[in-house]
Design a protein around this ligand. Structure first.
Ligand SMILES: [Zn+2]
Length: 297
């Protein structure tokens, strides 16, 4: 897959649409340009080296994931990220630890962070809280904390253009990803609900769904995206018609299709399964019928 991007303007927001449409490991970065300042949001693998980047005053990172911080160590500009993901932008070690991988998979990921994503620690990265406003002169960009995917995952609302960037609430058919150590299923659902409340003209995602125009279309797609969570609950409940262990659920899979065979699959499946089992137990629809064994009630 080639690098490269095409600029698509939405008001003062330029979407740098990746040549492959934004499917992982690529993504669609943004440049927001106001009369008094400019921001590059989520430098992606599509952008190439630091010398090829569009000139901007500062960088904003929606969250600490490898595909959103490409080449960050080489970019000679201030970097801002929500305070809950700050440690993982300040230190590549903390980023790696956030995936919670077993040693062999962690070694693979570390290699990929350095060689493929050119991730570098940014000990000077600056924390931004929810509601922080970047004043760009004739426009503003406001941080909207949307946790769940990671603890610090945040969107950016650009006004008066009405462009709401929601990063990895990515509206894909894969559905919400909450497989990291800092991920939180309930928080993700709250963030999806919070997104639905925002009236904007455009809604921008980092991956292949790109930009959705209009609140009505957005809410329809958001509902379909959110429904994937309920489908995982339903699939798990059906699988637990017989008593099963967590290992059984991991082998059965809730998230990835059977052919997907990467080093992190079992880890992500396990964390996802735990989050779903926990809440089904709390809701009383699943019970622990023996040590580490669960069954639908
Ligand atoms: Zn992500």
């Amino acid at each position: 897959m080639a690098q490269g991007w095409e600029q698509i303007d939405h008001g003062a927001v330029a979407v740098l649409r990746a040549a492959n449409g934004g499917g992982y490991p690529y993504g669609n970065s943004l440049v927001v340009r106001g009369s008094g300042g400019s921001l590059l949001v989520d430098p992606s693998l599509a952008l190439g080296g630091a010398e090829e980047l569009p000139p901007v005053d500062a960088v904003v990172v929606s969250h600490a994931h490898e595909d959103h911080v490409v080449g960050l160590g080489e970019i000679d500009r201030p970097v801002h990220v929500h305070e809950a993901d700050l440690a993982a932008v300040r230190s590549t070690r903390a980023l790696l630890d956030g995936y919670g991988l077993p040693p062999a998979a962690a070694a693979d990921m570390e290699q990929s962070l350095v060689a493929e994503f050119r991730v570098g620690s940014r000990p000077d990265a600056l924390p931004v809280p929810d509601g922080h406003v970047f004043d760009l002169g004739d426009r503003t960009a406001t941080v909207v904390h949307l946790p769940g995917h990671t603890a610090g995952h945040s969107g950016l609302l650009v006004e008066p253009d009405g462009f709401f960037y929601i990063a990895d609430i990515d509206l894909t058919s894969f559905g919400p990803y909450y497989g990291d150590v800092g991920s939180d299923l309930e928080a993700f659902e709250r963030s999806i609900r919070a997104c639905a409340e925002v009236d904007a003209r455009w809604y921008g995602t980092f991956h292949q769904k790109g930009v959705v125009e209009g609140a009505e279309e957005f809410r329809t797609r958001l509902q379909a995206y959110r429904a994937v969570i309920a489908r995982r609950d339903a699939a798990l409940t059906a699988f637990l018609a017989e008593p099963r262990t967590l290992a059984d659920v991991v082998a059965h899979r809730l998230v990835y299709r059977p052919h997907v065979d990467t080093a992190y699959v079992d880890t992500v499946e396990e964390r996802t399964a735990e989050l779903h089992i926990d809440r089904l137990v709390r809701a009383g629809s699943v019970a622990e019928v023996g040590p580490g064994t669960y069954r639908a009630v």
